[in-house]
Design a protein around this ligand. Structure first.
Ligand SMILES: [Zn+2]
Length: 333
């Protein structure tokens, strides 16, 4: 975190009267204890408070610094305090605790999100309908271990005429350019945005599943926007839905996604747990879907059992009267 400019923040508190009184009180006490204080006290009182100019600047910060005020450390040797020049009384050794508290206060106010997770407000998790429809969403995460292509899964969906929404990461596109290009041309599928570097959308670098999140709004923007532009450029169509790498967001990240013109979408059925489920687990997860469920699956792990599990579940779900839809077929909630 960038350190605040000391001279701007140093007069900790907008209540200069309190601080000045405190200082004067302290000086008086010490004066009574030690005659050596007298000359310093006189100098300070004669000179007035050199910090006045700084104290007025605090009002420009727009914060409430009084909340972090604590008077100078009581453990500090009073003589030591007195022997310091007044102009540096609040600037140097006597207030490190206050500066730290101010840092923490400002950090908490501006850098700590109010929400964090996969299911925070603003993130859609269901298709808004009571009809027996299910939306399959297939992530393609990219990266060294995530750039495979499950051709068997896609082939099955096409055979069964099962639509799906494909959340594609920028790195996966780079590794599978022509596959991506071809998938985009299949009307059964729609392309959505799974991020540029597959990072959780965090304002302060929070990690999820061991993956380091973005660290500020600029990085959040790039995480959404660069892949948005890439998809738009290749397909001629801007993606409407976004899912962050790991599916984690904070509330600032959710806002950034909307500002860029996409809707953050997660799920209410965990279909393959990062393509780690057995085919039976995938099947059982899918068979637990309800009307309007959004299922999270992966199409980038051809060695997983995801495709097999989907093959087991789709006929059964059709028998139960379900049909499959793309996210854009219905409003989301
Ligand atoms: Zn992913």
């Amino acid at each position: 975190m960038r350190k605040p400019q000391r001279d701007k923040y140093l007069p900790i508190g907008n209540n200069k009267t309190t601080i000045t009184s405190y200082i004067k009180d302290m000086l008086v006490v010490n004066l009574m204890k030690n005659a050596l204080s007298f000359s310093i006290l006189s100098m300070l009182l004669l000179n007035g408070c050199n910090g006045d100019r700084d104290l007025s600047e605090i009002e420009d910060l727009g914060v409430e610094p009084q909340k972090v005020i604590s008077l100078p450390n009581s453990d500090k040797n009073e003589m030591q305090v007195l022997q310091e020049p007044h102009s540096s009384f609040m600037i140097q050794e006597s207030t490190p605790t206050n500066d730290q508290e101010l840092r923490e206060y400002l950090y908490n106010k501006y850098q700590v999100p109010k929400e964090w997770g996969e299911f925070i407000p603003g993130v859609k998790t269901q298709v808004s309908t009571d009809e027996k429809v299910i939306a399959l969403t297939l992530d393609a995460c990219g990266g060294t271990t995530g750039s495979g292509y499950d051709a068997e899964l896609i082939y099955f969906l096409r055979q069964e005429n099962v639509p799906a929404t494909l959340f594609v990461n920028s790195r996966w596109i780079d590794a599978n350019y022509w596959t991506f290009w071809a998938l985009n041309r299949i009307p059964l599928f729609e392309i959505a945005n799974h991020g540029t570097e597959h990072r959780p959308l965090s304002i302060n670098g929070r990690s999820a599943w061991g993956i380091k999140g973005t660290e500020n709004v600029a990085q959040m923007t790039d995480e959404v926007l660069l892949n948005h532009r890439k998809i738009e450029q290749i397909t001629g169509k801007a993606p409407k839905y976004f899912r962050s790498g790991t599916a984690f967001y904070d509330d600032v990240g959710v806002k950034v996604v909307y500002e860029i013109g996409e809707t953050p979408v997660n799920y209410n059925v965990l279909g393959d747990a990062g393509a780690t489920f057995s085919k039976e687990q995938v099947r059982d997860a899918l068979l637990n879907a309800k009307p309007g469920s959004i299922v999270l699956l992966h199409m980038n792990k051809p060695n997983s059992e995801t495709a097999e599990g989907i093959k087991l579940a789709v006929p059964e779900l059709k028998n139960r009267g379900y049909r499959f839809v793309k996210l854009s077929d219905y409003p989301l909630k």
